[in-house]
Design a protein around this ligand. Structure first.
Ligand SMILES: Nc1ncnc2c1ncn2[C@@H]1O[C@H](COP(=O)(O)OP(=O)(O)OP(=O)(O)O)[C@@H](O)[C@H]1O
Ligand SMILES: [Mg+2]
Length: 301
């Protein structure tokens, strides 16, 4: 009941999330295979991986929505299983926007959710959540009349309205245009900065993970293949740049610590042979290259 969130003990011991040997099978298919990690309180943690990697399944087992076949999950010091209701008031989960009711305004929906969590200050919380996601001007609008980006933000506000300590966002910016995606990055940063909430998000977008996350777990085929800060992951690649170009044979990419030598040689060779090269580009290594290096396949097939 109406806990005073300003007086929340910030110094509680232990990680926000601890996952050990988490496993989920669907028939003979292993969707999540012995995943272990810990997220510190106040951290923004990302799970990055291609379609079907097991990101959503992992998140849902932590949120208490999908029962693991094996492994342990602790959220804020409390084991999630077998009774997820014990942590539900302390976590916030972004709902799929497709499931938003269409007969209530943004404010009505938010107040309803806040009351569901027995918040005595439901109206204030609703207003605060709208402000946090930048939807104050849409308070009276129905979700169905909002743009995709606005619906996405409303879905996030609904997950925040009870002032949870840990916020789960499953692909919060998928389907948005680049401008709306950048706007939402600002919202996610604001959530993270607000009284040091812990944020755990999944994404398909490497630049999103780089931009928003203190640490990133790269997931591929049901397992975590690497976990570190974005800079730490990129630093493990023994390369300074990726030089790419096209010629008559197609596309090529060269990773190098000596960009100048590689580019000069490419141009020299092309001139000697009288062949043309196009789309010559040099860029620093990114998480995309980390993924390729770790898994042997491209992030986007
Ligand atoms: N209810 C289910 N029944 C059977 N198989 C499932 C079920 N849910 C997920 N899977 C399978 O488990 C694997 C992991 O799915 P999951 O949704 O966790 O992946 P994801 O990383 O979230 O993918 P995406 O990026 O597409 O959201 C996939 O191969 C998927 O087909
Ligand atoms: Mg998913």
């Amino acid at each position: 009941m109406g806990r005073d969130y300003h007086a929340r003990p910030q110094m509680e011991a232990g990680a926000a999330i601890e996952v050990q040997g988490l496993t989920k099978r669907y028939g003979s298919h292993v969707a999540v295979d012995g995943v272990s990690f810990a997220v510190e309180r106040g951290e923004a943690f990302g799970i990055l991986g291609p379609n079907g990697a097991g990101k959503t399944t992992t998140l849902e087992m932590i949120e208490g929505l999908r029962k693991p076949d094996a492994g342990e999950v602790t959220v804020l010091g409390t084991p999630v299983w077998p009774d997820p209701t014990r942590i539900q008031a302390r976590i916030g989960v972004q709902l799929q926007t497709t499931s938003l009711f269409d007969r209530l305004s943004a404010t009505e929906l938010l107040v309803l959710f806040a009351r569901f969590y027995e918040r005595a200050d439901a109206e204030e919380r609703a207003a605060h959540a709208l402000q946090l996601v930048g939807l104050e001007s849409k308070a009276g609008d129905y979700a169905g009349r909002m743009s995709g980006g606005q619906q996405q933000r409303l879905a996030i506000a609904l997950g925040l309205v009870h002032d949870p300590e840990v916020v789960f966002l499953d692909e919060p910016t998928t389907g948005l245009d680049p401008q709306a995606r950048r706007n939402l990055w600002g919202v996610i940063r604001a959530i993270h900065e607000e009284r040091g909430k812990t944020v755990i998000l999944t994404t398909h977008y490497l630049e999103e993970a780089e931009e928003l996350c203190d640490r990133v777990a790269i997931m591929d085929e049901a397992r975590i293949v690497a976990m570190d800060t974005p800079a730490g992951l990129i630093g493990r690649l023994d390369t300074d740049a990726r030089v790419s170009y096209t010629d008559a044979d197609g596309e090529h990419a060269i990773y190098t610590k000596d960009t100048q030598a590689v580019v000069l040689e490419l141009l020299e060779t092309a001139r000697t042979r009288g062949t043309a090269i196009g789309n010559l580009a040099v860029r620093g290594p990114s998480l995309e290259d980390v993924f390729l290096n770790l898994t042997g396949h491209e992030f986007r097939e």
